[in-house]
Design a protein around this ligand. Structure first.
Ligand code: HEM
Length: 281
């Protein structure tokens, strides 16, 4: 069932960028996600019309399905790269800017987001759910925050590869596991630490953390002060200091602060710790 649904998705309409990734979720289920980016809302709507075949149910006994969509304006979005290889929505862009000043200090993500210059982007309300047969629709609080933070180690070898895999990656994994299993208490609704897949389904040397937060401030607080991100940050600094400008690890992230009207969350036959279901009040 899950495989045939994925095969069907693969055959469908255009998007600016498309990737597949795999992770094990909070309840131990192997999960495959297809991530798509569009720059044209009409193309997204056309895609959805072809691909909501599963949303009406009934749920399958073999697998759960979910759809999580956010349509941010540019003012509610920022993306940052340590290098010149576009990822995520930047694949659809004409190019990257040169180096910017707003990085290398805590608070940089907020300074890069246009609307945050005049709006604190504070959250209000709660995460609510509505059940319709087997399908649950979730509406988040206002200013819910999404981060996708990615790593690529394809071009590393020798000592550099060893340092990434033995020093940096275990710290990253510990942080990702913490957010997945215990993040709710600090405002992280859900976290997925996923491996990007090649067209043939094999694992690439690319991964990312994708997490939903009650607010940008909750995410910033974790990044700046929680021992798990501090450990990632320290391992990375040690690695970068050892490698210098020759470092071939590539990092990027994209952050969105969304209004509920511009989101869509649907879960069919999923357990209660899937995505935003975990945060339902
Ligand atoms: C190997 C993986 C990672 C490394 C090496 C890393 C390292 C860093 C570094 C060096 C910064 C400061 C960046 C700057 O402003 O120039 C930073 C910021 C940040 N990181 Fe990570 N990080 C990693 C993974 C993650 C993940 C998976 C998340 C979340 C899911 C995350 C969330 C953040 C956030 C939100 C900031 C910005 C905080 C702010 O602007 O105040 N990081 N990280």
């Amino acid at each position: 069932m899950a495989e045939s649904a994925l095969a069907r998705l693969a055959g469908t309409a255009a998007s600016a960028h498309r990737e597949r990734a795999r992770y094990v979720d909070a309840a131990g289920y192997r999960t495959t996600v297809e991530i798509r980016y569009w720059t044209d809302p009409a193309e997204y709507s056309a895609w959805l019309a072809d691909n909501d075949f599963w949303t009406a149910g009934p749920a399958s006994e073999q697998a759960g399905f979910f759809l999580e969509v956010v349509q941010p304006s540019v003012r509610r979005f920022e993306t940052l790269f340590s290098n010149d290889r576009p990822e995520g929505i930047a694949v659809a862009g004409a190019g990257l800017s040169g180096e910017i000043r707003e990085h290398g200090y805590w608070g940089g993500a907020r300074d890069r987001m246009p609307l945050a210059q005049t709006d604190p982007l504070a959250p209000s309300g709660t995460v609510a759910a509505r059940r319709d047969g087997d399908r649950v629709t979730v509406v988040p609080n206002s200013n819910v925050c999404l981060i996708r933070s990615g790593e690529e180690w394809t071009e590393t070898d020798g000592d550099e590869r060893r340092m990434y895999l033995e020093d940096v990656e275990p710290a990253l994994r510990a942080g990702m596991d913490f957010l997945r299993d215990e993040g709710l208490a600090i405002g992280c609704y859900a976290n997925r630490y996923a491996r990007v897949l090649a067209e043939d389904g094999s694992e690439t040397d690319k991964s990312f953390g994708l997490s939903w937060w009650r607010s940008l401030e909750h995410l910033e607080t974790w990044a700046e002060s929680h021992p798990t991100h501090v450990a990632i940050f320290r391992a990375a600094l040690k690695y970068l200091a050892a490698m210098g400008p020759a470092a071939r690890l590539r990092l990027y992230h994209e952050v969105t602060v969304a209004e509920p009207f511009w989101t869509r969350f649907e879960y069919l036959g999923c357990h209660s710790r899937t995505g935003l279901l975990r945060a339902v009040s």
